[in-house]
Structure formats: structure tokens, C-alpha cells
Design a protein around this ligand. Structure first.
Ligand SMILES: NC(=O)c1ccc[n+]([C@@H]2O[C@H](COP(=O)([O-])OP(=O)(O)OC[C@H]3O[C@@H](n4cnc5c(N)ncnc54)[C@H](OP(=O)(O)O)[C@@H]3O)[C@@H](O)[C@H]2O)c1
Length: 165
């Protein structure tokens, strides 16, 4: 396996934290990104405690995290997604960018899908960060399972969608 340096933007939330934990326990170097340095460092410390002494996990602001990594994972809510991706376009150029963002609205009955003019959140990200090499993946993995004690999530399938080999 090639070890990558993976930044998880929005890595303080349950989905980003769960993915980061799995990347760290698989031997990748992980950088948690947040709008707050402090939140990122606290989350990184939490993941590192859980992932064991060989894990490499740190935390910093979203921009520094994206700049420092080979692979960037977007794990933020759809609300605010466009502004965030546009603000990081420079740091994302030439990086592999993986989006697990589900465009969802929420009402009294729970979550519902939103129409996205670009087709999907990943395609919106590709428009806003055109020099990134984009893929969509991990959309349906449960944050609870990702953060669980289970060593392998081999009951899960991951759909990966993109047009860059
Ligand atoms: N939760 C799940 O089980 C699950 C499963 C599959 C896919 N997903 C998808 O994964 C993504 C993240 O899910 P989540 O449940 O982890 O979300 P979340 O907790 O609502 O948000 C994740 C992080 O995004 C940052 N954030 C929030 N609003 C933002 C804004 N307007 N601009 C920039 N950053 C913002 C926050 O980090 P800071 O405040 O530290 O910056 C937050 O901790 C979503 O698109 C969701 O659809 C979630």
C-alpha cells in the first residue's frame, strides 16, 4: 500500500472524524482540517488516542491542511460547501479531491435530497476547483460504523465515481 498524506476538511464532524480514523489505522498520515485550529487539534488528539501509537494524526486550519496533503477529503455539510471549496481552489490544484458530501436539506420529517444545478456536490466542487482531480466516494458509509470498534468494515461496499483514473 502507498501511504498518503490525507487532509480531511471538516474532519471535526462525525463523518470526517470516522474516515480519518480509518485512514490513520490503515497507515496513512492524516491532517484534520477545521475553521478552528483548536477544534482540529482536539479532534486529531482524540483520533490519535484511539488509533494507537503508530498513527500519525495532526490538526490545523482547512487551508493549511489542504495545502499540505496529497489527497484531500471534503467532509462538510452541503450548506456552505460552495463557499468553502471556492476559497480552497488554489490549495486544491493538482490534488486528488474526494467528496463524500450529500446535498441534503432537513425538515420536521428528517433529511431530504436537494437538487444541485451541477448534478451533484462532487460536480459542483469540480467546477469550483477545476484543477483538482475529483472523485465522489464514501457518501453512504455511516459515521457511527466508521468510528466503531469493528476492525474491518468488510460488510460495506464503497461506490467511487469520477472521470480521472
Ligand atoms: N454523518 C454521517 O453519518 C454521514 C454519512 C455519509 C455522508 N455524510 C456526509 O458527510 C458530510 C459531513 O457530515 P457530518 O455529519 O460530519 O457533518 P457536520 O458534523 O454537520 O459537519 C462537519 C464539519 O464541517 C464543518 N462545517 C460546518 N459548517 C460549515 C460551513 N458552513 N463551512 C465550512 N465548514 C463547515 C464543521 O467543522 P469546523 O466547525 O470545525 O470547521 C463540522 O464539524 C456531509 O456532507 C454529509 O452529508 C455524513
Amino acid at each position: 500500500m502507498t501511504p498518503y498524506k490525507i487532509a480531511v476538511i471538516g474532519g471535526t464532524g462525525p463523518q470526517g472524524k470516522g474516515l480519518a480514523y480509518r485512514f490513520a489505522t490503515s497507515g496513512h498520515t492524516v491532517v484534520i482540517g477545521s475553521r478552528s485550529d483548536e477544534r482540529a487539534q482536539d479532534t486529531a488528539a482524540d483520533i490519535a488516542r484511539r488509533a494507537g501509537e503508530n498513527a500519525s494524526v495532526s490538526g490545523t486550519d482547512n487551508s493549511t491542511a489542504a495545502q499540505s496533503a496529497d489527497v484531500v477529503v471534503l467532509a462538510v455539510p452541503y450548506q456552505g460547501h460552495a463557499e468553502l471549496v471556492a476559497s480552497l481552489a488554489g490549495q486544491l490544484a493538482s490534488k486528488v479531491l474526494i467528496s463524500c458530501v450529500n446535498p441534503l436539506g432537513f425538515d420536521k420529517r428528517g433529511p431530504y435530497g436537494l437538487d444541485v444545478a451541477d448534478g451533484s456536490a462532487a460536480e459542483e466542487a469540480r467546477r469550483l476547483a477545476p484543477e483538482a482531480r475529483l472523485a465522489g466516494a464514501f457518501h453512504h458509509l455511516s459515521a457511527v460504523n466508521l468510528w466503531s470498534e469493528a476492525e474491518f468494515l468488510d460488510h460495506e461496499d464503497v461506490l467511487v465515481c469520477g472521470d480521472d483514473e
